[in-house]
Design a protein around this ligand. Sequence first.
Ligand SMILES: [Cu+2]
Length: 373
Amino acid sequence: MMKALRLTTILIGLSGLFLSCQHTPKTGSVFTETGPSGSDNLQQVTQELVPPPDLPRHEQVAKGDPVVVKVRLVVEEKKMEIAPGVTIWALTFNGTVPGPIIVVHQNDYVQLTLVNPASSTQVHNIDFHAATGAMGGGDLSMVAPGQEATFRFKATKPGVFIYHCAPGGIMVPLHVVSGMNGAIMVLPREGLTDENGQPVTYNKAWFLAEQDYYIPKDPNGNFKTYETPAEGFADLAESMKSLTPTHLVFNGQANSLTGSKALTAKVGDKVLFITSQANRDTRIHLVGGHADLVWTGGSFNDRPVTNYESWPVAAGSAVAALYQFRQPGKYLYLNHNLIEAFSLGAVVEIEVEGKWNDNLMKSISKPGTMPSH
Ligand SMILES: [Cu+2]
């Protein structure tokens, strides 16, 4: 009896140790606010955003004290071809689906200006999952055509997070499935750390957002087009209720990153993959590789898990994974619901240059006729 109790105690102790390794933040408590207690006197810098899959210029390890990072997002409502012959009224931040990724460090302040040109037809705003309060800033940024608004939030939690338009009610999913979402990466000030808590850096990073589209069809089964975004909303509201996308793509368009537009890397590159899905669960796999490190749930406050074959991205989140390419050749980065990848379009190609490593894999017998017995 005593022995059993003691064993139980040891096991509980060990599992506690394991849990604390996995879940205790590296420093302090998640309930303790750190960093500056005011932002008005901090240095201000402007971040020039770039179209995905690229990231804006940034330091992996913060230099100096927290700053106010000014970013400007301009709404663009535009007709966009998402697959051959299939067009939508894309509702975008800065003209791309997804919107550009913003990169800051923990305890920096993001000063976001949202501009809605007079030529727009819709009211828009922005909800940052990295922000605290006011519907993620949505309540401070509701801009009608011809208006702009600015708000500032402290990036208290390190990780990767989505942002999206959330103008209220049914307009929230209508705008999000029309492309109006993006991401922000809040790096720890000391940079990323690996499974052992040691510094780890990347020499390439890509922002790959999976986008679900629900394009309405006419009675003959042809995809419909509309004169204005609003004209299509009643049909879109119906088609999205099926919860079955007609198209599921990376970075806005089918084959946006395949063939001649494939991503490229070299053997030895450590690539940080930031994947977001604003509306729907997905699960990512790198065909021919792995994730060496995955910051599950997108949190940089926890130690990354290692060597995952596929990793989940929950609806309304972004996840970061790091992989070092060891072999040259073609890789596929895809949603490993293979129907969603190959029938609906959720696949990216990566071409890697370098020297083949026979020790990791070699052909013993090429495909050929079976020997007769
Ligand atoms: Cu919007």
